[in-house]
Design a protein around this ligand. Structure first.
Ligand code: SF4
Length: 330
């Protein structure tokens, strides 16, 4: 009778084969899952007893022929190693693991040579510092939430926006308003989701608008200079392969350039050795729905995908020449 663990492995392999038959080439594995697989859990008693029986019978494969990893005689088998071995034998590549092809999730840097656990701990320590920050007294007094950032801390692709708006301030999440919904659609069009990238802002607190219950304002240079070191720490820890600066303020905060975004967009820049693509802020695309602007934005995203060596379908290539449904309000 196979253990639950062995049955789960069989099911996983079967599922991966089904995905492959459906044409999928990659699966997403969350960085936390990969980290968990690298840990050394206590031996599964079912597995251990099976291994002992297998060892005594000099078997290296189970009776049903499922490609379980071989178990060396006398050694306590390691379920984590077994799962990793199974993933390595998987019929399709696993995003986040070096597979010689496209990789995105979990493909960021190591945060200055740290282990994944050290990196996660450093990120959490940074988050706590930012959440408690009151360097900008007026912003700290007016905010509902500090909007630290969201996504995969091992992401290869990181988006940087300007500052939280009213909805972001209320929810404590970046890009959740109308512009955020558009960004989500754009990510979907790229074959991504919000969990496979990291999204942050130049400013972590909403620029206050005294006397107004709504509306947003651009961060002042002083506010940007005060807050941007937090973003720099985030970027250093994440170690993305590509940065996307959404809008002129993001470019100004990261590069110190005040060149118009219309001139700069589409031209690769470099931030601390990381390729940076300046492009329009999604809010601009909501404001100006001209097809030419949407097309320019999508061309910038295609450049980003190419830089990350992501697969690009014919349909994706053709988006910019058609009415992209993801670049419209509905
Ligand atoms: S905007 Fe940044 S620096 Fe200013 S109070 Fe908020 S977290 Fe602190």
């Amino acid at each position: 009778m196979p253990s639950k663990f062995a049955m789960l492995l069989d099911w996983t392999i079967g599922h991966l084969n089904e995905l492959k038959e459906q044409g999928h080439r990659f699966v997403h594995v969350h960085s936390e899952t990969l980290a968990a697989l690298r840990r050394q859990p206590a031996p599964d008693p079912h597995w251990t007893s099976q291994a002992a029986a297998r060892s005594s019978a000099q078997q290296s494969e189970p009776a049903d022929g499922a490609p379980l990893p071989a178990v060396s005689a006398g050694a306590a088998p390691d379920p984590a190693q077994a799962v990793q071995s199974t993933l390595a034998q998987a019929p399709i590549q696993v995003a986040g693991e070096s597979a010689g092809g496209w990789e995105l999730r979990g493909a960021g840097g190591t945060g200055g040579g740290r282990s994944r656990e050290e990196k996660a701990a450093a990120f959490e320590a940074l988050r706590k510092r930012v959440l408690a920050c009151v360097r900008c007294r007026n912003l700290a007094a007016a905010r509902r939430h500090v909007v630290f950032g969201a996504g995969d801390i091992d992401a290869a692709l990181m988006f940087v926006g300007e500052a939280p708006g009213m909805e972001e301030d209320q929810q404590g999440e970046p890009f959740v308003g109308a512009a955020g919904q558009l960004l989500t659609k754009i990510l979907q069009a790229m074959g991504l989701d919000r969990q496979s990238v990291y999204i942050g802002n130049i400013l972590k607190c909403r620029p206050d608008t005294p006397g107004q219950s709504s509306g947003n304002r651009k961060p002042t240079p002083s506010e940007m200079q005060t807050c941007v070191p937090f973003l720099e720490e985030q970027i250093d820890l994440i170690g993305p392969k590509v940065l996307v600066a959404l809008g002129a303020t993001a470019v100004e905060g990261l590069l110190g350039k005040t060149v118009g975004i219309t001139r700069l967009r589409g031209h690769w820049q470099t931030y601390r050795g990381i390729p940076l693509m300046p492009t329009f802020h999604p809010a601009y695309l909501l404001y100006n729905q001209a097809r030419t602007e949407r097309r320019k934005f999508w061309e910038d995203m295609l450049q980003v995908m190419e830089r990350l060596q992501m697969p690009i379908s014919k349909k994706q290539r053709a988006y910019f020449s058609a009415e992209g449904p993801f670049l419209t309000r509905r």
